[in-house]
Design a protein around this ligand. Structure first.
Ligand code: SF4
Length: 329
């Protein structure tokens, strides 16, 4: 996908000539600070999503932030996430970022050399620890060409930090990308997959399941490490049959022995953000399902999740060893 318009912070121009690096042919407007556009008051997320801007910015604060307990950490001793971008070019109606940023625009931080320096410092301070760092925690860098360009620049450098597992999660289908980056065992490509009924109902601007499966196959064939993510799982009235057919379709298309592991988790969202997102999508069933509260989060009742998980695990364990299935409770 491409953006409707582009902005660049004046200070970000010193890093490199963004216009040439990102091959931006449209008008690139110079601004003082990314917050002049991003997170400005009185914005409407969904109107902006239809005419999204990409803002190239310089990050002064740390790139690495402590991970949330709401997210998987795959048995790592330390979990940080990298904030290389703010917001996502895709438009999932269940995404908490709508409530967090209240804008449809995206920011990409271009001083990635500073990020590499931070990773180096972290690796030196946590010797002998297993570290997990998702690079696309609050975005999908593979979904837009400037994000892919940034990844192509950092992946060869990150390959040197063998003690850190980096994850690049995506809902995109850009198979050619995987032929352009070196294979490295510490970089895992995590593909979020969902039944087509969920994709067409809730994951606006994302490719179909068949397109995503084709991208996963290309990624595997190129020799990369692949994680499959079934997250978020929705409990919808016709769910039993929907997910059973979906899991079988996925593992008919992919060689299960080439899947490193599975990430599985039910829909959940902080209550404060849920209220905001529900106002944007009042008509959607997912904002009216019978949820319960777990601490400050909204999710399905524990007994319901346990029953569905039990049924899904029976199917998944036909393809993948139980110890490779990571469930976020
Ligand atoms: S792909 Fe992920 S980050 Fe992007 S809109 Fe969808 S849920 Fe949000």
């Amino acid at each position: 996908m491409s953006f409707y318009t582009y902005f660049q912070e004046a200070q970000a121009g010193d890093v490199f000539r963004n216009k040439d690096f990102f091959e931006i042919t449209d008008k690139l407007s110079i601004i003082n600070h990314y917050k002049d556009i991003f997170n400005a008051p009185h914005q409407h997320v969904q109107i902006e999503k239809a005419r999204q801007a990409l803002i190239l910015a310089y990050r002064n604060s740390p790139f690495l932030l402590p991970g949330s307990p709401l997210c998987q950490h795959f048995n790592a001793d330390c979990f940080y996430y990298a904030q290389l971008a703010l917001n996502c070019p895709l438009n999932c109606s269940y995404c908490y970022l709508q409530g967090l940023y209240k804008t449809g625009h995206c920011v990409l931080f271009v001083n990635y050399k500073d990020f590499i320096t931070e990773v180096k410092t972290l690796a030196e301070s946590k010797r002998d620890k297993k570290i997990y760092i998702p690079l696309t925690h609050e975005t999908d860098l593979l979904a837009f060409k400037e994000g892919r360009k940034l990844l192509q620049s950092i992946i060869p450098e990150l390959a040197a930090f063998t003690e850190i597992q980096f994850e690049i999660r995506t809902k995109s289908a850009v198979p050619d990308f995987f032929k352009t980056v070196p294979v490295s065992t510490n970089i895992i490509y995590a593909f979020s997959l969902a039944p087509d009924e969920i994709i067409s109902s809730y994951e606006y601007k994302t490719p179909s399941l068949d397109s995503r499966l084709n991208a996963v196959k290309t990624c595997i064939d190129a020799g990369h490490t692949v994680r499959v993510c079934f997250d978020p799982i929705f409990i919808v009235p016709e769910m039993d049959l929907l997910y059973e057919q979906f899991f079988i379709k996925v593992f008919s298309a992919l060689p299960p022995h080439r899947v490193h592991d599975i990430s599985y988790g039910f829909f959940r969202m902080p209550q404060k953000l849920f209220r905001y997102c529900a106002n944007l999508h009042e008509h959607l069933y997912i904002y009216h399902a019978p949820y319960s509260r777990e601490g400050t989060d909204i999710t399905y009742p524990a007994e319901l999740k346990a029953r569905v998980l039990h049924d899904h695990k029976i199917i998944l364990e036909r393809f993948i060893a139980p110890e490779k299935i990571f469930v976020l409770d």
